[in-house]
Write a protein that binds this ligand. Structure first.
Ligand code: 2BA
Length: 124
C-alpha cells in the first residue's frame, strides 16, 4: 500500500487540539518539540503516517485545528548587549522597531505542512 508521511509544524497552542482531532479520526500521530529557525521560539512538529488516500483528510484536520496568530518577536537582540547589525541576521528588520520602544510582531501561518512519500511503513 502506498504511504505518505505528513509533517505538520504548528504553534504550541494548537498542538493538543490537533492531536485530539487526529486521534479521534483514528490516525496515529507523534508530536515532537521543535523550535522555529526565525523566531527561535518553541513550536510543535506532528508526524502522521497514512495511506495515500488519507492525505486530503489529514490536511483538512490540520487546517481545522490550527490558527494564524500575531506573535511577538521577543528576542531581536540575540546577545542582548550589542545590536547585531551584521548582515544576514534574520531579525535585523525588527531591530529599529525594538530600539524605538515598539514590540515587533509578525503574523504566523496556520501550519507549515510537508507531505513525503514513504518507502516503507512497518510496525515490528
Ligand atoms: P519560524 O521559523 O520561527 O517562523 C515563524 C514565523 O515568522 C513564520 O510563520 C513567518 O510568519 C515569520 N517569518 C519567518 N521567516 C521570516 C522572514 N524571513 N521574514 C519575516 N517573517 C518571517 P510560518 O511561516 O507560519 O512558519 C511557522 C514555522 O514553520 C516556522 O517557525 C518554522 O519552524 C516552520 N517553517 C516554515 N517554513 C519552513 C520551511 N520552508 N522549512 C522548514 N520549516 C519551516
Amino acid at each position: 500500500m502506498a504511504m505518505k508521511l505528513v509533517v505538520a509544524i504548528v504553534q504550541n497552542e494548537d498542538a493538543d487540539d490537533l492531536i485530539d482531532g487526529l486521534t479521534a479520526a483514528h490516525y496515529g500521530a507523534t508530536r515532537l518539540a521543535s523550535t522555529g529557525g526565525f523566531l527561535r521560539q518553541g513550536n510543535t512538529t506532528i508526524i502522521v503516517g497514512i495511506p495515500d488516500e488519507a492525505v486530503q483528510n489529514v490536511l483538512t484536520i490540520v487546517a481545522q485545528h490550527s490558527q494564524s496568530r500575531r506573535q511577538t518577536v521577543t528576542n531581536p537582540f540575540p546577545d542582548s548587549t550589542a545590536i547585531p547589525r551584521k548582515s544576514g541576521n534574520p531579525l535585523e528588520q525588527f531591530i529599529d522597531q525594538s530600539v524605538a520602544g515598539k514590540t515587533p510582531e509578525i503574523q504566523t501561518g496556520r501550519a507549515t505542512v510537508f507531505v513525503l512519500n514513504l518507502d516503507r511503513y512497518e510496525r515490528v
